[in-house]
Design a binder for this molecule. Sequence first.
Ligand code: GRF
Length: 194
Amino acid sequence: MKKSNGKLNYNIAIFISGRGSNLKSIIKSSLKKKTLYKVKIVISNRKKAEGLLFAKKMGIKNYFFDFTKSKKIGGRVLNLLKKNSIKLVCLAGFMRILPSYFIKSFNGKIINIHPSLLPKYKGLNTHEKVILNNEIYTGCTVHYVNKFLDSGKIIAQRKVRITKKDTVKSIEKKVLKIEHKVYPKAIDKVLSNL
Ligand code: GRF
């Protein structure tokens, strides 16, 4: 359970659907040995998710599960988490709503990152909504996952200033930059309270 630097080493799983820039930052932080976790497995609901290739390159076990296909998939994923002694599931751009029995079975041990200052702007297209509402600040939130979309208890939040010149693209870039800093720290915060 201990890393070479004497810190505790909890196994975590990352669920992704695409690019995986958060996945990369979470893995890179753990390689600097500054974290309490080790990314043991990566799971994607999209076969061609870029993040899966990165996991492979880093020698991390990676899996594709078609969550739409069968109700049994959740059970198979839960078995995999158990087999790998996973203490925490981190959703990072995972674009599927997990079945409620899955959330129940892993109760309080699933977290997500969302690109807005929750409770504002749940769901998709957050940056568009931020612009439409003439917000001066936006940001990111790490929160526990419950059965309601983007509604679980907040773990960490950070804001960034935006200006009238900002576009969806430039806001996305600013927000992602802070996401990459906030998520690894939030994971450690959760693990240190287990
Ligand atoms: C991030 O903006 C995250 O907040 C949201 O989906 C995006 C995933 O980006 N849930 P990436 O795949 O980590 O690059």
